[in-house]
Design a binder for this molecule. Structure first.
Ligand code: XUL
Ligand code: MN
Length: 348
């Protein structure tokens, strides 16, 4: 018998927010960015997800020396708090040069900006002693299909990934697929696309996927099957657990908040396949409700972590022999009732 996995959790500073949305401004007092690291441990988290400019604000205006000094300060702060940087992601959707995408922009100068910004992101990851860079392809896509040559776009994405692998011989690249928003249709909408890019790259063992529950649901897919696909190829770098109620904007709801059974199956697939045993984090990417009072707001993070652990118990107490019996008998009606009763804590 192997001992049960002790899960480690992570979130990013952007998950503690001031409540602005596309229709209105901030409604909570700002909580200073530099004070957020002190919250992680008390909330039960030891991993920190970063965008490059979460580490080095104003990155585009910094000299290389300023960038590395700031990264070194953050590294010290992480060490002081006993925190681990899980990944650094280049924010390739804010600058004027990224209006039309980054690696797939039609302008050569804009693509050069994206490559340069990515190298800075890798330099920051290295300075933090962080082993992974996450690529959420934000604006790599189109509002109308005729805007870009889609085959060329995929070639450019692959070339950009290879350039990153060349730039740093150790860094891992975790692709976070999402099918839409902010573009109408995004390139690399599913983990299947990400895994194909991995195998086509010059270092497939260093290119993996990061699966966000809401993104998979927006693609009309079940997040647990997306996770299983990545796990079957040993390419699940991390997860962004959250939830999504139907096909609308990316909601980043509390994990299990819209669909407990879908959440249970994600936990089941992770737990049954030993996710976390090699140090992988259970990452969250969750937005606090705009209605929530206070500053900082952290209940959503605590609640989603707790829900994950409650579901781990549900997975561990599932009667596997009974499940096998139902599978052998091809009695999925009985299996479904058993699972639902188990989730509700009802005795048969
Ligand atoms: C966007 C999203 C990002 C990535 C990191 O939908 O999920 O926050 O997780 O860039
Ligand atoms: Mn995410």
């Amino acid at each position: 018998m192997t001992s049960p996995t002790t899960y480690r959790f992570s979130f990013g500073p952007w998950n503690i927010s001031e409540g602005n949305d596309p229709f209105g401004p901030e409604i909570r007092a700002a909580f200073p960015h530099e004070k957020k690291l002190a919250l992680f441990r008390t909330l039960g988290f030891e991993g920190v997800q970063f965008h490059d400019d979460d580490v080095v604000p104003g990155l585009d205006e910094c000299t290389p020396g300023q960038m590395l000094r700031r990264a070194a300060e953050v590294k010290t702060a992480l060490d002081d708090e006993g925190l681990i940087p899980e990944f650094v992601a280049p924010r390739l959707w804010f600058a004027a040069q990224t209006v039309d995408g980054a690696y797939t922009a039609n302008s050569a100068a804009d693509r050069a900006y994206a490559r340069d910004r990515t190298r800075k992101c890798i330099d920051i990851a290295r300075a933090l002693d962080c082993k992974a860079v996450v690529l959420w392809f934000s604006r790599e896509g189109t509002y109308i299909r005729e805007a870009k040559d889609p085959k060329l776009a995929y070639v450019r994405l692959l070339e950009s990934i290879n350039a990153m692998l060349d730039y740093d011989p150790e860094i891992e690249i975790w692709i976070e697929p999402k099918p839409n928003e902010p573009t109408d249709q995004a390139y690399v909408p599913t983990v299947g696309h990400a895994v194909a890019l991995s195998y086509a790259s010059k270092a497939p063992h260093r290119v993996k996927g990061l699966i966000e529950s809401a993104h998979a649901l927006l693609a009309g897919l079940d997040p647990s099957d997306e996770m299983a696909f990545a796990l079957a190829h040993d390419k699940l770098g991390s997860v962004h657990l959250n939830d999504q109620n139907g096909l609308k904007y990316d909601q980043d709801k509390n994990f299990g908040g819209a669909n407990l059974r879908v959440a249970f199956n994600q936990v089941r697939v992770l737990e049954e396949n030993g996710y976390g045993r090699r140090g992988e984090f259970v990452g969250l990417d969750i937005k606090a409700m705009r209605t929530q009072r206070g500053s900082p707001v952290t209940e959503h993070l605590k609640a989603s972590r707790e829900l994950f652990l409650l579901l781990v118990e549900k997975v561990r107490t599932l009667d596997r022999a009974l499940v096998e019996q139902f599978r052998d008998a091809r009695d999925y009606e009985a299996l479904e009732l058993y699972v639902l009763r188990h989730l509700m804590g009802t005795k048969p």
